[in-house]
Design a protein around this ligand. Sequence first.
Ligand code: FAD
Length: 434
Amino acid sequence: MQTIIQNREIPVVGQYDTVVCGGGPAGIIAAIAASRGGASVAIVERYGFFGGMATAGLVAPISVFNYNGRRVIDGIPWEFICRLADIGGAREEKPLGNISFSPEKYKLIAQRMLLEAGVRIYFHSYLSDCKVSGGRISHVIIENKDGAEALAGKYFIDATGDADLAMRAGVPMQPVSEYLQPASLIFMLGGVDTDSLPMLRHSRQGVNYHDLKIREVFEKLRENDPSIPVFGGPWYCSVLEDGVVLVNMTRRYADMASNGEQTETECIMREDVYRFASLLKKYIPAFADSYLIATAPQTGIRETRRIKGAFTLEGRDYVNAVDFPDSVSRGCHPVDIHAASSTGQRCEFLKDAAFVPYRCLYSPSFKNLLVAGRAISADPVASASLRVQAACMGTGQAAGAAAAMCCGKDTDVDQVDTDELRSILISYGTNLTK
Ligand SMILES: Cc1cc2nc3c(=O)[nH]c(=O)nc-3n(C[C@H](O)[C@H](O)[C@H](O)COP(=O)(O)OP(=O)(O)OC[C@H]3O[C@@H](n4cnc5c(N)ncnc54)[C@H](O)[C@@H]3O)c2cc1C
């Protein structure tokens, strides 16, 4: 491939104790935790709103805070849910601690809590590069309307979901899975008879909430017309408004960390949405009067890059809830692996709420970088549970608290006293006992 060299001077527009890249579930909570821990914090987000997959991908519900009715992911993540519920933007479904929510109210509460915590927000800013020397990141480079800008930081948290910062810094990544989980473009329908949708409330543990009746109809339709795209679920979720649902049923295999594949997938799936929306209207009575309100601003991404950290959490340990001396967060969602090119799904329920060791959040060769959310160091099985939003918030809280500790003690991320970190997280409300 032909290449060009372009040298440019980039202004350093800010200097912070901690720079969080990505404002999804992990990044929001990481930035609040770091700021409350005493660090000066900036958060960089490519869109003009927070929430990541929850808002830009219209991915709902927020799964899950509880195991057997006991809340295990707690602290700032749960405070966020309570703040959302206070303005009518969240509804808890027990015993799972599954949260149906309003994406618009989510954006508002996220930005309020970050501003209240004193976090400096850089919206519409794309993380494009970083400056590294001797295993330390000194700056991230962001691109926005003002051009390229550099933010200096003592510590960095990669919460981009795709490990964009870690990848640009040169952190080793997990080997690419043979089959990445598929991408799905979620769409919002109005005019739906929501009272007649049995799977709209996710209130029982050990149940897969796809709608088997609709699935059967679509399987038959596909038998007769193979041009109907492969679908998943379907799952639907309330946005707490009568007649309005988010539908999760499109699916396409793609490497969503490749811009070419992402672009192509986005275009194909927008066609798929139109097809599915019209088929739902035609064949499913509850959708007879439905109309398309919106497709998500971006296609939902289940799986891309994950770092190879100081420790890689394996599915076997995860499912069996093996506890670690440095456990800093939990996961309670089943291992949820969607087949890339069929309607299939592997769903394995956990023996107990799983544990996440701190060592999954950093690479041994990078001294001031933590990773939170979907891209932490886990194998495809453990990751297939840890990728859900409450678990991402949990690792965000751990990374934020750790970054603040590092700032306070001027220490490297791999030198953190994990007993002290665990005490801080327990004082926030995290449940780290079996
Ligand atoms: C179809 C689908 C269904 C799902 N179903 C559920 C479900 O039912 N329940 C559940 O809890 N979870 C579900 N998930 C998983 C969950 O939504 C995500 O895994 C989770 O949101 C990941 O959180 P995160 O904070 O790590 O990353 P993200 O939510 O992806 O957030 C990353 C943030 O970083 C920003 N960003 C990324 N790159 C850059 C960059 N270079 N520069 C600046 N900003 C950047 C993004 O804009 C985004 O705001 C589903 C996912 C998909 C795709």
